[in-house]
Every structure is written in C-alpha cells, then in structure tokens.
Design a protein around this ligand. Structure first.
Ligand SMILES: [Fe+2]
Ligand SMILES: [Fe+2]
Length: 475
C-alpha cells in the first residue's frame, strides 16, 4: 500500500525533524567533505529518522509548493526557530525546480549521503535547470530516490495570469447579472466562478489579495462586489468553514449589493453629500436585493443565507444600522463576515463623494475601534490577522531609503511586520523595477535584518497605482 492510499502516520514533530535535518545536511554539504565529523553526525541523525519513518510508511514524499513543505501529505509547520531552515529548503528546491523528492524503503546511508552531496554540490544552471539536474541524477543512479519537477501548471506566472483573467471575468459576469434586470437569475456560472476563485485562493492568496487593490474598474459596485467575494472566502476559510459553506458564502458576498441595481445612478454616484431623502433611497438597497432574490429563490434554488446577506449586510452586530429588524435579535454568521469585508473594501476605495480614502492600515484601525458595536469582535480579529500589519498593496519606506509595495505577508505571527516587498523606487525617489525582497533576510556578517519598514505611505497621495504592479505581473 502506498502513502497515497492510506492516511499518513507521520507526526508533526517527526516531519519537522526530517525536514530540518535535510536542510542542515544540505547546507553543510556545500562547505565540508563527506568525511567531516559534524557532517557525518548530522547525516546519521537524518538517516536514522528517515529510516524509522520508512520502515513504517514504505516511502517518504517531500512535496514543495510555493510557500509550504509537506511530508507524506502532512504540512510541516515551522516555528520561529526553524523558520530560516524552511526558507533555505524552499529556496533550494525552487532554484532547482524540484517539486518533490521521494525516498523508498531500501534506502541506504551510502545512497542518501551520495544524493545529498549531489544536491549540495550541484551548480545551478541558468537555463533548463531541471533538465540538467535530472539527466545528471539519472546518470548518478539512485535506486531508492526519485525527484520530480515542479509541475508546469504550478508555474507562478501562468497561474497569476489565469487568476487575473478570472478576476476580470468575475466583474463581467456580475455585470451580466446586474444588467439582466427581469431575466431569471442563473447561479450555475456564478457558483463555478466562485469555485475557481476558491481554488486559486488556496494556492496563492497573496496575489489575489493584491488584485483586490483594483478599484473602480468598470462600475464601482461590480468591482467592489468581486473584491468583497474574494475577501469573504479568504476570511471564511480562516474561520474554519467547510468547502460547501465557503461556496455559498462566496455567492452571498458577490450578490450582497444586488439591490443597488435598482437605485438611480445619479444618487449612487452623486459627487456630493446626500440629503436625507437620497440617503433613505440608498438605504433601501438591502430590501430591494433581498426581494429580488426571494422572487427567484424557489425556482432557482437560491439558498436562504444568500438572501439574508443581501438583507443584513448593513445591520451592525448591536442591531443598529439598516434595515431594522423587528423581532430577530441576531444576524447570521455570513452577514457578519460580509459586513466586515464590505466595509473594509468600501472605505479603502476612492469615490467622488467620499471626502477621505483610508489606507488599508488606517481602515483596519478605524474598524477595530468599532469592534463589538458594528463588527463581531472575533471575526474582526481574524480579519485583522489575515490582512496583516502591513496589508498586501501597502506602500512602504524601508530603512535603506528604498520605497516598495508589500506583495506577500509572512505567515508567522512573530514576523508579521516583515513581509515581502517589491522595490519600486530608490532612495533618491527614482522609479525602478526592483527585486522582491524578503524582510526576514539576514545580513550574513552582522546577523541582523537587512531591511526594515520605517513607515507606510498613502499610495494615492503619491499617485502610485498599486494595482498596476499586480496586473503587470500577470501579463
Ligand atoms: Fe451594501
Ligand atoms: Fe457593498
């Protein structure tokens, strides 16, 4: 029986031990000869822990995806102390385009030692990296080891392009729904779209968060609804919702402002403060949306929660807000989730009538002040953790004087202030197409962090279209 067919018995501790020792041996292999004592000791520890696992499991498969390492399908969780080991190993695999390593029962210490030196000593060729490594690997003959290439489908550029295309397709799809007016609502396509966004989200959440910086593309409400949908699914995932629940949450979020299609455009886009009458008209959109969905509910199988979210997404958790509930004393979980991401996306978007656009950080701190009254405290706290100290898309200044855009958060809470940053301007303010730097990188001489964030800035004020960076990446 292979590991694919049965649940793995590997414990988190065991997986971590193997992975960390793999990294240590690989690192030492770069500097020492095979007969070095320290290296031999580490090799012994690696071999014996692998042997114990192999005798029980028949094989050990180490699989590397963009940001994680798993061992026989157990995702290895790194902590503060082992974080740099995981980074080193991820890098070593990715540079060589290795997607997985499989070790089979029968592996000897001699074969493992030879293989580790093969990996450690291998110069990384610039082009056709993997082909080169693979043919040398075949020639060197390792009967109990298999290496596999990162599948082409997982090539980041291709995926980014697919995600960006899907993002805009979502806006167009919603436009069709909104413009259909009296036509029957067919949610099959909507569900399929949500499903595919969910799949992408599980693979590269950072890039999708980056795309939510796209604002006011086509009509505001459409673009806004797509952003709300993505943020809602991501938040729901963190709250532990099941896949079917997440699909339903995604559809609810996408359609939360459906009622706005019945509000006259001159009120929706009025470039000044609304008077009381106009405000009252806008505030009918939850009712209108829910009514439209109820009309179709029975024949189209629209779930109750989709209707509830349309109705409840402006009701605060203390039941203030609008519309007013007469008898009910609480709002549904999906509405609480959508309410948070809806508010966040709205106040971080520039609109003609909005006197101030909040940066993502400012928005979060404003929302935390309203925790417990407007927003559910627990869900809001999870949302704040998801968005991070420096939300993806933030414009930041580093201690080196460079300016950059946050493109990926660090998954470790203790490194929340050390995201990955794409450099966009040098200390003199000259624009540049700089590298993506990881703020956890250490200076090898001083062992201190190479770069630190000093402050974040309002990208709008500096006229920097942050979303362009994410879109360019997908071209
Ligand atoms: Fe709304
Ligand atoms: Fe909204």
């Amino acid at each position: 029986m292979t590991t694919q067919e049965r649940a793995s018995q590997i414990s988190q501790k065991e997986a971590l031990k193997i992975v960390v020792h793999l990294q240590v041996v690989l690192k030492l292999g770069k500097f020492y000869e095979p007969n070095n004592r320290i290296l031999q000791e580490q090799m012994e520890t690696l071999y014996s822990s692998m042997q114990t696992a192999l005798e029980r499991e028949d094989e050990i498969q180490i699989y590397v995806s963009q940001n994680s390492i798993s061992l026989n399908r157990v995702r290895v969780r790194f902590d503060f102390a082992t974080y740099h080991a995981s980074k080193f190993l991820l890098n070593a695999f990715q540079e060589r385009e290795i997607g997985s390593l499989i070790f089979y029962l029968g592996l000897t210490k001699e074969e493992l030692t030879r293989f580790m030196f093969f990996l450690a000593e291998k110069e990384i060729p610039k082009e056709d990296q993997f082909e080169q490594i693979f043919s040398d690997f075949e020639a060197a003959s390792f009967p109990h080891i298999l290496i596999e290439k990162i599948p082409p489908a997982e090539k980041v550029e291709t995926l980014d392009k697919a995600i960006a295309t899907m993002y805009f397709l979502g806006i167009y799809h919603l436009k069709e729904i909104f413009e259909q007016e009296d036509e029957a609502l067919n949610l099959n396509l909507t569900k399929r779209w949500v499903q595919s966004m969910f799949n992408h989200l599980a693979f590269d959440e950072s890039f999708l968060f980056g795309l939510t910086n796209v604002k006011n593309f086509d009509e505001y409400t459409l673009n806004h609804s797509v952003n709300v949908c993505l943020l809602a699914i991501a938040l729901g995932r963190r709250l532990g919702l099941s896949r079917p629940e997440l699909m339903e949450l995604g559809v609810s979020a996408l359609l939360h402002d459906l009622g706005k299609l019945e509000i006259p455009k001159d009120i929706l886009d009025k470039p000044a403060k609304l008077d009381a009458g106009e405000r009252a008209i806008i505030e009918t959109h939850p009712n209108l949306g829910a009514e439209k969905l109820i009309e179709q509910a029975s024949k189209r199988g629209i779930p109750d929660r989709v209707i509830q979210v349309a109705f409840e997404h402006h009701i605060n958790i203390d039941l203030s807000g609008y519309p007013k509930y007469v008898r009910r004393t609480s709002i549904n979980l999906f509405s609480k989730i959508v309410k948070i991401v809806d508010y966040f996306d709205a106040i971080t978007t520039k609109r003609v009538y909005r006197p101030k656009v909040f940066t993502r950080e400012e928005a979060l701190s404003l929302m935390l002040e309203k925790s417990g009254e407007e927003f559910d405290p627990l869900i809001l706290r999870t949302f704040a953790g998801m968005i991070g100290v420096y939300p993806i898309g933030s414009l930041v200044v580093l201690n080196t004087g460079d300016m950059g855009i946050v493109v990926e958060n660090n998954p470790l809470a203790s490194f929340a202030h050390k995201p990955k940053v794409k450099l966009i301007a040098d200390p003199q303010g000259n624009k540049m197409d700089g590298d993506i730097v990881d703020l956890t990188d250490l200076d090898p001489d001083t062992r201190r962090f190479k770069r630190t964030i000093i402050t974040s800035l309002d990208a709008d004020k500096y006229n920097i279209p942050v979303s362009d960076y994410f879109l360019l990446r997908a071209q």
